[in-house]
Design a protein around this ligand. Structure first.
Ligand SMILES: C[S@@+](CC[C@H](N)C(=O)[O-])C[C@H]1O[C@@H](n2cnc3c(N)ncnc32)[C@H](O)[C@@H]1O
Length: 204
């Protein structure tokens, strides 16, 4: 098995089977330790309306929410249980649309269970959010069309992808001209010692 497949399998096992909720995270590295500007009221309101079962499985590390999303077509890269996707679905309004893509079946299953709940909660005639199981490095294979998205968002996912160049190339390809990418992530603020960059044994 290629090293990148190995990484993906470990990530799937960790987020899909090992973690029941954000309390089970094995590191506090994802907690935002910097003092950030408080998010706009519209964002905190939208987040507060997301179903608790979805929020329980939030594994992100930041709040990559642009100020204006009304009417936008948004793609959430590595959407997990869908917390951010559902908050975006409130912020884009009924004329916008959100697609969440994630490679982990268990999380896609959780996210899909709450589409109707949020449609009703936000008072939309039709659902404006959908979830696709697939890889960020292969957006076209997952059915995401070129030049189709106004905004791409990703919360704590790019760091988990072995092939970051493909992620950025694919992101650029699906963004419309003038579209924007927002992401939050974890990074090392010092040179990482060799023993930590060596491949580790599978999680769990
Ligand atoms: C730290 S969690 C964050 C999930 C979500 N953004 C949130 O804030 O709750 C990382 C997620 O990225 C997904 N993921 C990791 N690598 C991926 C890839 N190459 N393609 C698609 N999803 C990926 C995992 O399945 C997992 O759901």
């Amino acid at each position: 098995m290629a090293a990148s497949d190995d990484v993906r399998d470990n990530v799937k096992k960790y987020y899909g089977s090992r973690l029941e909720s954000s309390c089970d995270l094995q590191t506090s590295a994802a907690s935002c330790s910097l003092s950030c500007r408080p998010p706009p009221r519209s964002v905190t309101d939208a987040l507060s309306q997301v179903h608790p079962e979805v929020t329980k499985r939030f594994f992100g590390c930041g709040l990559p929410f642009p100020a204006k999303l009304e009417g936008c077509r948004v793609l959430d890269l590595g959407s997990g249980s869908g917390r951010d996707s559902y908050a975006f679905s409130k912020l884009v309004g009924s004329s916008g649309h959100v697609t969440g893509i994630d490679m982990t079946e268990e999380l896609i299953t959780v996210s899909r269970q709450y589409v109707e709940y949020h449609q009703k909660k936000f008072g939309y005639e039709e659902p404006n959010v959908s979830f696709v199981q697939g890889y960020m490095e292969k957006l076209s294979e997952a059915g995401i069309e070129s030049d189709s998205m106004d905004v791409l968002l990703s919360n704590c996912v790019v760091c988990l992808c072995p092939d970051k160049r493909s992620v950025l190339q694919q992101a650029y390809n699906v963004l419309k001209e003038g579209g924007e990418l927002y992401f939050s992530d974890m990074y090392a603020s010092k040179v990482v010692p060799d023993h930590m960059t060596a491949r580790s044994s599978p999680v769990g």
